[in-house]
Design a protein around this ligand. Structure first.
Ligand SMILES: C[S@@+](CC[C@H](N)C(=O)[O-])C[C@H]1O[C@@H](n2cnc3c(N)ncnc32)[C@H](O)[C@@H]1O
Length: 291
């Protein structure tokens, strides 16, 4: 898929606008629900963005989209409902965090911000050690560039804290990093198991978003302990307990269930289980090292 890189190193692909619009919708919904809860409980709202980026990306305009990223979108939607969250903004890029700091000030967004430069898995563990004793409402958002910055084990650990029981999780997941090649053990990728992605965080109710285009391999997984959470059909987010949710998961993660290879309008090819994508390794000893 064609990708551009912004001046702060964030990657922008065809799926970025769909992601950002879906994110704004979800944050708006989350803010409205949490407002009602917080009015009664007076609990704090915590927002942890594991890959916050700069928040303000003039380059996005160049690619034809709005110029705001997740941390600013989240704050705008929360502030609209009068919520002033405790925020933990994590990113490997100091430059991005500097831009974000300025953007939050200039846009006069209200929050208690904490900035964590460096590896997000380390930041997340440090954040979890410093959690106050209160019960939080809130959201952890993981929006990695790839598998290297997707700290699923640390996400699981942070949700083991009782204070985090009512904090939800949103992950933008690259399905290509999920193990789906049981039939072809020679593929040279390090991968996560589907089990780790879908259930590894320990939340009870899980939703998957139908990608805009079947060839896009990034999509949202949303997880919550609120059993009454309904599907968010406006952004095509469906419980994985429903037939539709199961079908989406199946399409995304289990190519063997897709009967035929297909070529989509944009020329990309739907990856199917029957295609032999094995590229022989120049070093035969390496071939099985990732399985
Ligand atoms: C896809 S971008 C995030 C976009 C952002 N959420 C938005 O909506 O604009 C991924 C971000 O993760 C950061 N990143 C990459 N590896 C990281 C790591 N190991 N720890 C923390 N941040 C990382 C990159 O610097 C980049 O800003």
């Amino acid at each position: 898929m064609a990708q551009d890189t912004t001046s702060t190193g964030q990657q922008y692909s065809k799926s970025t606008p769909y992601k950002l619009k879906g994110f704004r919708y979800l944050m708006s919904y989350h803010s409205r629900v949490c407002k009602l809860i917080l009015e009664k409980t007076k609990q704090p709202y915590i927002y942890i963005d594991l890959n916050c980026g700069a928040g303000y990306q003039p380059d996005y305009r160049k690619f034809g989209d709005e110029d705001l990223g997740s941390p600013i979108i989240a704050l705008q939607e929360l502030n609209k409902e009068g919520i002033e969250p405790i925020c933990h903004f994590c990113d490997a890029s100091h430059k991005s965090l500097d831009i974000l700091k300025k953007a939050i000030k200039e846009l006069n967004l209200k929050c208690d911000p904490h900035y964590w430069p460096g590896e997000n898995k380390d930041s997340l563990l440090r954040v979890s050690r410093d959690l106050a004793n209160s019960q939080f409402n809130g959201l952890v958002y993981s929006d990695p560039n790839g598998k290297q910055d997707f700290p699923i084990k640390e996400i699981k650990k942070v949700f083991e804290f009782p204070q985090m029981r009512k904090v939800d999780l949103l992950m933008n997941v690259a399905t290509t990093y999920v193990k789906r090649w049981e039939s072809n053990p020679k593929v040279n990728w390090e991968v996560y198991s589907l089990e780790e992605i879908i259930n590894g965080h320990g939340k009870e109710k899980i939703f998957v978003r139908n990608p805009e285009n079947p060839s896009l391999k990034w999509t949202f997984i949303y997880a919550t302990n609120w059993c009454k959470q309904k599907d968010l059909t406006a952004i095509k987010l469906y419980s994985i307990d429903t037939d539709l949710g199961k079908r989406i998961l199946d399409h995304l993660f289990n190519p063997r269930s897709n009967p035929l290879p297909g070529i989509y309008d944009d020329g990309s090819v739907a990856i199917q289980g029957d295609l032999n994508l094995h590229i022989p390794s120049s070093n035969p000893g390496e071939e099985n090292s990732h399985e």
